[in-house]
Design a protein around this ligand. Structure first.
Ligand SMILES: NC(=O)c1ccc[n+]([C@@H]2O[C@H](COP(=O)([O-])OP(=O)(O)OC[C@H]3O[C@@H](n4cnc5c(N)ncnc54)[C@H](OP(=O)(O)O)[C@@H]3O)[C@@H](O)[C@H]2O)c1
Length: 277
C-alpha cells in the first residue's frame, strides 16, 4: 500500500480503525482486513481491545513486521510513574515488543505537556515504539509539542472528513513535516448518504464512502483511518487507489465543510479547536 513519509515514519495511507469494536468483533474482522490488504491497524488503550488486536494479528498469518501498528496512551496514564508501565502493558496485550506509532490520545493539562512528551521520547528511546505522535491537538499544542520533543513527531490524528475544514491543522502538519491522520472519515454516517459525494462517485463507478476516503488520501501527507465490522466493506474501503478525483471534484468536496461540521468534541478532553481557515 502507498505510504506517507512523516518525518521518517512510512505510514500506510489507509489504516483499519478499531474504535467501538468489542474484542469478539476485532477477532472476527481484523484477520480478514489484514488478509484483504490492510497493512495498518489503529487501536488505543481506552478501546479495551488491544489484546484482541494482538490475537487477530497473530491469527491473520501476516508477519508482524509487515503491519504498521498504532496504539494511544490514555490521559489517565500520562504521569511519570504510569506512562511507561501502561505502554508495556499495551505491548503485552498486543503480543509484540514494539508498536510502530505511539500517540498521546488527547491533550491533558493535569500532567504538564513537557512531562508527557519526555515520557513519549523515553519509551521510544527504549525501543517500545518506532515513532511517536499526538492526537486531537490544536495547532498551538502541536507547536509546543514539536518544540519539546527531541524525536520528530510523525502525526497528529484528528477528526477530518468533507464536512470539517482542517486547513489550519494541515498547514501545521506541513510546516512540521508531519502527516495528518484522519479519523471519522464517514462523519458519523453523513458521508454514505451525501448527494454530492454520491454524484461524484457515480461518475467513477465508486460509492460516496470511497469518494470521501479518496478525497482524504489524495491530499498531501494525509492518512485515512476507516473502520468496518462488515466483511463486504473491506474490499470497498480498500478500493480507493485505482481512481483519482479531478481538481474540480476535490474543490467541490472541500466546499461541503460547515462551521458546525465537527462531531467529536468530548467535554473535559477537547482543546480549544482551531477554527476554519
Ligand atoms: N484519536 C481519536 O480520538 C479517535 C477518535 C475516533 C476514531 N479514531 C480512530 O479512527 C477510526 C475510524 O473512525 P470511526 O471508527 O468513526 O470510523 P469511520 O470509518 O469514520 O466510520 C465507521 C462507520 O461507518 C460505517 N462504514 C464503514 N465503511 C462504510 C462504507 N463503505 N459504506 C457505508 N458505511 C460504512 C461503519 O459501519 P459497519 O462497521 O457496520 O460496517 C461504521 O458505522 C476508529 O476506529 C479509531 O481507530 C480515533
Amino acid at each position: 500500500m502507498k505510504t506517507v513519509n512523516a518525518n521518517g515514519a512510512r505510514i500506510p495511507q489507509l489504516g483499519f480503525g478499531t474504535f467501538r469494536m468489542p474484542e469478539n468483533e476485532v477477532l472476527s474482522i481484523l484477520p480478514k482486513a489484514l488478509q484483504s490488504g490492510f497493512t495498518h491497524a489503529d487501536t488505543a488503550q481506552i478501546y479495551e481491545n488491544e489484546a484482541a488486536v494482538g490475537e487477530a494479528i497473530q491469527q491473520s498469518g501476516i508477519a508482524r513486521e509487515n503491519i504498521f501498528l498504532t496504539t494511544k496512551v490514555w490521559v489517565a496514564n500520562y504521569a511519570k510513574g504510569a506512562f511507561a508501565a501502561s505502554v508495556k502493558e499495551s505491548l503485552r496485550k498486543l503480543k509484540t515488543d514494539h508498536v510502530d506509532l505511539l500517540l498521546l490520545h488527547w491533550p491533558n493539562e493535569v500532567v504538564p505537556l513537557e512531562v508527557q512528551i519526555a515520557e513519549l521520547n523515553a519509551v521510544r528511546e527504549r525501543g517500545l515504539t518506532k515513532h511517536i505522535g499526538v492526537s486531537n491537538f490544536n495547532t498551538a499544542l502541536m507547536t509546543e509539542a514539536v518544540r519539546l520533543s527531541s524525536a520528530p513527531l510523525a502525526t497528529n490524528q484528528v477528526e477530518y472528513h468533507p464536512f470539517l475544514d482542517q486547513t489550519k491543522v494541515l498547514e501545521a502538519t506541513a510546516t512540521y513535516g508531519m502527516a495528518l491522520t484522519a479519523y471519522y472519515a464517514m462523519a458519523g454516517g453523513k458521508v454514505p448518504n451525501d448527494p454530492l459525494l454520491k454524484e461524484i462517485g457515480e461518475k467513477h463507478g465508486k460509492s460516496a464512502a470511497q469518494v470521501a476516503l479518496r478525497w482524504l488520501i489524495q491530499q498531501p501527507d494525509v492518512v485515512a483511518l476507516t473502520k468496518t465490522a462488515t466483511e463486504a466493506r473491506l474490499a470497498e474501503n480498500l478500493a480507493v487507489f485505482d481512481f483519482a478525483l479531478t481538481a474540480d471534484e476535490m474543490m467541490r468536496i472541500h466546499k461541503l465543510a460547515r462551521p458546525d461540521g465537527r462531531i467529536v468534541s468530548p467535554d473535559g478532553l477537547a482543546p480549544a479547536w482551531d477554527g476554519a481557515a
